[in-house]
Design a protein around this ligand. Structure first.
Ligand code: ATP
Ligand code: MG
Length: 683
């Protein structure tokens, strides 16, 4: 299909949005109205009609899944070389690319490492434990605060003046040390991927000019979820040319808890007075019934921009609300229904998506799906390789085959505890940088004694000696025995027990580690495929086997690429921008959706937007499920149906299993709560 044909398929407002290229453009529209379609078509338009090089175009969005989908859609339009050098990525990947290109200006060495939230937490724990014993909750709070500051572009030097109470003052001090240590480790954290580029572009005109020459046109999807730093990144890059298109829907803003600022929609109009605002009103995704439900629900929120969505997809079937006895029955129901409905509707597995509020809700469902042998894909859950104990074990394996792997070194030098603190590591890192040596090698250098107290040098020496010993034993003979021996010798198991909240958890974690080593053993045995390629190769090489494991680890992280025919399980947050013919929304209960924290914090509006996002993923059928009882803290608790159910058009709902309707007392109590709430609002 040519670009002209593609354009002709869009409605007049969409066409206008695609064709408008001389200034800043905002497409503001509800779910399923073709915002993302505007972005993808516009990329092709810029290249094929305006003759812009794809290299000069950057399109950004929020989740990996959304970025991948967008890439795919664009890939179908741009042929061959046309798409070369095009950036379609998440905000964080764009930031990572800028950091990679500007390491020197940023004062980082090549080979910097990206700390994931767990790595960052470990560093915070060490820093905070210096003063006093702190618990996980305190660490989480500080981590959250630091992240909020970074998203708001508050630098360590400014945090103290932003702090409103003692806790925040404390967090500000930790923030300062945390940033210093990250730098010493030549590491950045997740939020730095946006923050560092923004600070650099702001402070360094040369770098700014370079990137402005590089990127001539920007497109941003899901703009309502940008935070301050992300908005500034777009603004800095585009301030001069003013050539960008952002699309968004304030009703789908669901990342306030991560610093998102839907007000950025308004700010944009202030910063770019010539902003061309285009509204889209036709929905091409959902049936009339689904759309009406979404519109009616979201009408309960206050609105900056009024939107009215309509659809030509026909009314479709009613929305089913299925009440189950308990959570297990709910999971059972969803799984068995998908099994039969796939055949009835002659659908594929991938046509079904099950959405829920929290990842924990997927566990029971997974069991049921496995029971029925239904293939499924879980997004965003903790996969085997992202478990802490597996990461530790992998870091040991990596260090054994490559002592220069500083990331691996940092991860496990003090795991189990060897009394090697962040202060020591900071000095070691500085010294290693000076000598141009790896951390591991720097431990062996004589000069280190001038930098560190004798006791610290001795502890580091003991660690490297230990690793060297294992390496020697691996070379000499049975590598696997050497690795197993290492785990016993350092008593990793005891460490797990010390750090787990319950012995059974520690037990399971240790079992995971042994599973990993078993995998390694299997991988060292001849790999049938490899033998075909390389007739007699004895693949009894532990290094190769470990590399294969590391690769599998990386692939696992990219496993989301896998779009074979599977039922999709994902959180409502992760479902943004996606669409499925048949959608199940689970757990429509008070305290779950809306979430208890949101009810307590008075942020139910954001939960309503979340439900809106969930509902608007559905194209043809929507099923809402809930349980009358759910386990919490080891006990079965009664659940109340979600208030959002009351906000849907009753005539469009088809209830099942509501034999004993809601306890009238409770309903009345809830009504009174609402009235009291209203009264207090009205003063
Ligand atoms: P969301 O807010 O959920 O991200 P969106 O506004 O980005 O939704 P799209 O995903 O671009 O919407 O489009 C929704 C569906 O409508 C897609 O299947 C898309 O192919 C289809 N669509 C978009 N525009 C048109 C059109 N003009 N004619 C027919 N189908 C369209
Ligand atoms: Mg979209």
């Amino acid at each position: 299909m040519s670009i002209q044909q593609r354009l002709a398929k869009l409605n007049p407002r969409q066409q206008e949005a695609v064709r408008y290229i001389d200034g800043p453009c905002l497409v503001l529209a509800g779910a399923g109205s073709g915002k993302t379609s505007v972005i993808t078509t516009k990329i092709a338009y810029l290249v094929q009609v305006c003759g812009m090089s794809a290299r000069r175009i950057a399109a950004v969005t929020f989740t990996n899944k959304a970025a991948r989908e967008m890439k795919e859609r664009v890939g179908q339009m741009l042929k061959g070389k046309e798409g070369h050098g095009l950036t379609v990525s998440t905000f964080h990947t764009l930031g990572l690319n800028i950091i990679r290109g500007e390491l020197k200006a940023l004062g980082y060495k090549p080979g910097f490492s990206l700390f994931d939230p767990e790595d960052a937490k470990a560093l915070l724990r060490d820093l905070m434990n210096k003063d006093a014993q702190v618990d996980a909750e305190q660490i989480n709070a500080v981590q959250h605060q630091i992240s909020a500051w970074k998203n708001d572009l508050v630098l360590p030097g400014q945090a103290l003046s932003h702090a409103v109470d003692e806790d925040e003052q404390y967090a500000a001090r930790v923030y300062e040390a945390y940033v210093r240590h990250l730098k010493a480790y030549n590491a950045v954290d997740f939020d730095d991927l946006i923050l560092l580029p923004v600070v650099l572009l702001k402070d360094n005109p040369e770098v700014l000019a370079r990137w402005r020459r590089k990127i001539h046109y920007m497109l941003v999807d899901e703009y309502q979820d940008t935070n301050v730093s992300q908005y500034l990144l777009v603004k800095l890059l585009m301030e001069e040319r003013k050539t960008f298109t952002v699309v968004g829907d304030d009703d789908q803003s669901i990342y306030a808890w991560r610093g998102a600022r839907p007000e950025n929609l308004v700010t944009l109009g202030e910063d770019f007075p010539r902003l061309n605002v285009i509204k889209l009103e036709q929905n091409y995704r959902s049936t009339g019934t689904i759309l009406r439900a979404a519109n009616t629900l979201i009408a309960n929120n206050p609105h900056v921009y009024e939107k009215t969505l309509w659809s030509e997809m026909g009314q479709g079937t009613p929305i089913r609300v299925v009440v189950n006895r308990h959570e297990e029955a709910e999971a059972e129901r969803v799984a068995s229904e998908i099994l039969t409905r796939r055949i009835k509707e002659s659908a594929s597995w991938r046509d079904f998506a099950v959405l829920y509020r929290g990842n924990f809700q997927a566990r029971l469902l997974e069991l049921k799906l496995q029971h029925y042998q239904i293939p499924y894909k879980l997004s965003g859950g903790t996969s085997f390789f992202s478990r802490n104990e597996i990461k530790d074990a992998m870091a040991y394996l990596r260090l054994l085959i490559n002592p220069a792997d500083d990331n691996a070194f940092l991860r496990i030098v003090n795991v189990p505890r060897r009394e090697i603190g962040p202060g020591t590591l900071e000095k070691l890192a500085n010294y290693a940088t000076e000598r141009g040596a790896s951390l591991f090698d720097a431990c062996h250098e004589l000069g280190l004694e001038q930098q560190l107290p004798a006791r610290a040098v001795e502890r580091l020496g003991r660690f490297t000696h230990f690793i060297d010993g294992v390496r020697r034993r691996m070379d000499e003979g049975d590598a696997l025995a050497a690795i197993r021996g290492m785990l016993h010798e350092m008593d990793y198991e005891a460490w797990l027990y010390q750090n787990a909240s319950a012995p059974t958890i520690a037990e399971r974690r240790m079992a995971n580690v042994w599973t990993l080593i078993d995998q390694l053993e299997k991988s060292m045995k001849r790999d049938p495929e490899e033998i075909e390629a390389e007739e007699s190769a004895e693949t009894d090489d532990v290094e190769a086997a470990i590399s294969r494991l590391v690769l599998r680890d990386i692939l696992e992280q990219q496993a989301e690429e896998d779009d074979t025919d599977k039922v999709q399980l994902l959180t409502m947050h992760a479902s943004k921008g996606l669409e499925f013919p048949h959608v199940y929304l689970m757990g429509l209960e008070e305290e779950l959706l809306p979430h208890r924290n949101a009810i307590e914090a008075g942020t139910v509006e954001e939960e309503r937007r979340l439900a809106y996002v969930g509902i608007t993923r559905a194209r043809r059928t929507l099923t809402l499920t809930l349980a009358r009882q759910r386990k919490a803290f080891g006990e079965l608790m009664d659940c109340t149906p979600s208030r959002f159910l009351d906000e849907l058009p009753p005539d469009d709902l088809e209830w099942e299993g509501r034999a004993d309707k809601e306890d009238p007392d409770k309903k009345q109590a809830r009504g009174q709560d609402a009235i009291a709430g209203l009264r207090s609002l009205l003063g």
